[in-house]
Design a protein around this ligand. Structure first.
Ligand SMILES: NC(=O)c1ccc[n+]([C@@H]2O[C@H](COP(=O)([O-])OP(=O)(O)OC[C@H]3O[C@@H](n4cnc5c(N)ncnc54)[C@H](O)[C@@H]3O)[C@@H](O)[C@H]2O)c1
Length: 254
């Protein structure tokens, strides 16, 4: 018995670092997982990993969730896969970094689209299905960057978009309560995904700059975030809504 037995969970961005581990963890806890991504090979790999471990997962890719029409179709396909949806895990995002005032208008718009449009579109199209089911849970992956300013790297678009995700989550919780929908944000500090690990290589100075503000002086490992997400998605968290949980190694504590 897992804490998510019989739940149907839609996870966006399951080709990526945190989304892949979310799919594996939610499936291990008994959920039927629908996972989507713009990247086909990476998403297929996640489906394969989940199934090989005995879990249940359906993949939908490629899908560009910044396009509302594609987001709508993806949600309908996800509903069709297992006959409904109980949990929406808004994890997919793309963001760009750069200093003021050089951060370009294009990068600003792409960051707002990649971080704020995506969870809004998916939540909007999934909402009637959750209502029809008598309720459900929306978990939005925000960021510690939505709470405090950051200097490595400089990230005006990212902080604005993720603060928007936290604010949107509160509003979804307010509007969802009467339908039995809980909405919760989780805000990671710096997490080491395989892609980030590859990009940083042996550049210890860059690694230290990113983790400097954490009290634990290290990156988080994906499981340290998604174990909390699995709990929030479960019925054990039935009194939790409208909250934002920081999982940041103490980055925002000082
Ligand atoms: N890794 C960190 O340190 C960290 C810190 C704070 C917040 N976060 C948040 O956690 C979430 C996951 O991050 P990650 O580190 O695993 O990143 P990632 O880049 O490894 O994964 C994101 C996934 O989303 C997919 N995606 C991007 N744009 C898409 C689109 N338009 N349509 C469909 N899929 C799309 C990507 O292909 C990728 O597989 C993001 O919301 C990110 O902002 C991560």
């Amino acid at each position: 018995m897992g804490i998510l037995d019989k739940k149907v969970v839609l996870i966006t961005g399951t080709g990526g670092g945190l989304g892949r581990v979310a799919a594996q963890t939610f499936a291990r806890e008994g959920a039927k997982v629908v996972g989507c991504d713009i990247k086909v090979d990476a998403n297929n790999e996640t489906v394969e990993l989940v199934r090989r471990a005995g879990g249940e997962m359906t993949g939908i890719a490629p899908i560009d969730l910044t396009d509302p029409e594609q987001a709508r179709t993806m949600v309908e396909d996800a509903v069709a896969a297992y006959g409904g949806l109980d949990v929406i895990y808004n994890n997919a995002a793309i963001q760009y970094f750069g200093p003021m005032p050089d951060f370009s208008i294009d990068d600003w718009r792409a960051t707002i689209a990649g971080e704020l449009d995506i969870p809004f579109f998916v939540s909007k199209f999934a909402w009637p299905h959750l209502v029809r089911r008598g309720g459900g849970v929306i978990i939005n992956v925000a960021s510690a960057a939505g709470m405090i300013a950051h200097e490595a790297p400089l990230m005006v678009g990212h902080v604005a978009a993720k603060a928007g995700v936290i604010a949107m989550t509160r509003q979804l919780a307010l509007e969802g309560a009467r339908h039995g929908i809980r909405a919760v944000a989780i805000s990671p500090g710096p997490f080491l995904t395989p892609a980030a690990d590859r990009d940083l290589g042996d550049n210890q100075a860059a690694r230290d700059a990113i983790t400097r503000k954490t009290l634990l002086k290290r990156f988080g490992q994906p499981a340290e975030l998604v174990e909390l997400a699995a709990f929030i998605a479960s019925d054990r968290a039935s009194y939790i809504t409208g909250a934002n949980y920081l999982v940041d190694g103490g980055e925002t504590a000082w």
